[in-house]
Design a protein around this ligand. Structure first.
Ligand code: PEP
Ligand code: MN
Length: 343
């Protein structure tokens, strides 16, 4: 897309249909983007801005503007109001802050239920946990697969917490789409373009984690892949990038939060667990994430971290998570927000 067709405030539904038809008649894809003030229609699949004058002349069109970034649909130019993503009834990206918590990996029904009950009691809004784990070593625990997804569904059934879980390839994405409330695309797959396209055709929201050496431009481009296929429900997640720092697993790039807010309408979460790799740093960086304007945090919690099958050193105990929630409740009002109320 190199252009955005902005509709007049008084444009009728027929005007909008006419614009969409004109775009499609030229073999391009039309992406209507409704907003509070006005509707815009993003055009993708075209080669240049040559046909801008054609769209300009259509009824109901206010103006046709060129989009200056490589990414289009995710940009603030395309949509000025923040996008609020509905994950199983939990709204991410609104005024209220959302906390996603749970184990790194689903290890058993018992483990998942113990952790899910504790994070629910502490006030978490979404349950996380991997059934498919992208591990550095092929000999490490790879996750329980579909069995893990069934366990997550059981934990949701009991606690009412919607589930966010990772898909690592096309096959697991089919299953994750069926069982989960949001599909996580992990850091290692942030530029797996066929997976991103498939996620773009999914009927569930996507939580897209930043690649460990991805620039902001690359991060937003990856989100653009998902939106370009028609799935506008994307939540970004900063999880730390590789640097020379030798005191933490990654360097949590908190400055990316206000940067994303300036360039994109998509919500963003911060994952201080993978961002630091050490449980003693998770609470301080979670507090900072909320203070810097993140729409929420994603935190790993395990009832017995010593025996966790993955990421034990960065997992909070349930007691530590209780304390963190109490802190976040105090910090949110300082920046005019609050933690999402749960019924
Ligand atoms: C995870 O969330 O458990 C995970 C594997 O994260 P990342 O993709 O950010 O490493
Ligand atoms: Mn993990």
């Amino acid at each position: 897309m190199t252009v955005l067709v902005v509709m007049r405030q008084d444009a009728t539904p027929e005007d909008l249909r006419g614009v969409v038809q004109a775009i499609e008649a030229r073999g391009y894809k039309a992406h209507p983007i409704p907003g509070g003030q006005r509707t815009a229609v993003g055009v993708t699949g075209n080669r240049g801005a040559d046909d801008a004058p054609v769209f300009e002349g259509l009824p109901g069109v206010l103006e046709v503007i060129p989009v200056t970034h490589g990414y289009k649909l995710v940009s603030r130019e395309a949509k000025s109001e923040p996008t609020v993503v509905n994950v199983g009834g939990v709204l991410v990206g609104g005024a209220e802050i959302v906390v996603t918590a749970g184990p790194c990996a689903v290890e058993s029904l018992e483990q998942t239920l113990i952790v899910a009950r504790r994070v629910k009691a502490a006030g978490a809004h979404l349950l996380r946990g991997g059934a498919y784990k992208p591990r550095t070593s092929p000999y490490s625990f790879q996750g329980l697969g579909e069995e893990g997804l069934k366990i997550l569904a059981a934990a949701r059934e009991e606690t009412g917490l919607p589930v966010v879980t990772e898909a690592v390839d096309l096959e697991s994405l089919d299953l994750v789409e069926r069982y989960a409330d949001a599909i996580q695309i992990g850091a290692r797959n942030m530029q797996n373009f066929s997976l991103l396209r498939r996620a773009g055709r999914a009927r569930k929201p996507v939580v897209l984690k930043r690649g460990m050496s991805a620039t902001l431009e690359e991060f937003l481009m990856s989100a653009e892949y998902v939106l370009s296929e028609g799935n506008y429900e994307v939540v970004l997640c900063e999880r730390g990038v590789r640097t020379f720092s030798d005191f933490s697993r990654n360097t949590l790039d908190l400055a990316v939060v206000p940067a994303v807010k300036g360039l994109s309408h998509l919500p963003i979460l911060v994952d201080p667990s993978h961002g630091t790799g050490r449980r003693d740093k998770v609470a301080p960086l979670s507090r900072a994430a909320i203070a810097v304007g993140s729409d929420g945090v994603m935190v790993e919690v395990h009832h017995d971290p010593q025996r966790a099958l993955s990421d034990g050193p960065q997992s909070l105990t349930p007691d530590m998570f209780d304390a963190l929630m109490a802190e976040l409740r105090q910090i949110a009002p300082v920046i005019g927000r609050s933690l999402l109320k749960r019924d």
